[in-house]
Design a protein around this ligand. Sequence first.
Ligand SMILES: [Zn+2]
Length: 249
Amino acid sequence: MGWPNLRKWPAVMGLGLIGLVVAVLVHFGWVRPNHAALQAPAAQVHPLPAALERWQDPQEQGDYFDQIKVTRVGYLVWSQFPVRVYTQPAPASLPLVQEKWPQAVDQAIQAWQAYFPLEVVTDPNQADITISAVDPTQRSQGRVRSAETRFKLYVDDQQRLSHRCTIQVRANQTETYIAAAVRHELGHALGIWGHSRLKTDALYFSQVRTPAPISARDMNTLKRVYQQPTRLGWPVQQSSDTSAPPAEP
Ligand SMILES: [Zn+2]
């Protein structure tokens, strides 16, 4: 896994061209830093969302929290609920996919809605998470693996450091596989920024013949993620010294 040295980021860093800061988690991850005028807030823990507060696993099936990567903004935790999800229609170049695409995506969203406050929205501008189908034959779309999730940072109208996720899924798959791929990627988008080594988990690192539903281990992992500190959801600070010349030695 080509993970970058995320933990080496300094405690306070410039965010700068925030809308352009992008990280990608495919089944490998990378980040691209930017520098400039806004300072990231300190990482703090948000209150646990009620749905995750309610989640219990009396059988104690464990988790794979040790596989979760910390991004430069900390854990990818949402703090405004419900998280809004928009599904782009399948491209017109994929008539066969257009039929099964909405059903497959709905299936995946509903699976998570049983555990997490997600709202489907019809306005793409309202979306925290956007799910789109990629036609693998269209080269203009760029190279996409079977599925991938990216996030971008921005500052919301209340000056909070925020993120948006985009999920892209190759659409030349069966409805079952599309649903499984979206389910898996939604797990990343909700904060599980890493993979399980067990194929009985939805966040198993590889596609399998019989894709797993959301497991107790997935939920245990997600709940632990939401108990971790993050810079997301906290107000950014204007950096007072970004225009100052470098100090004399
Ligand atoms: Zn994945």
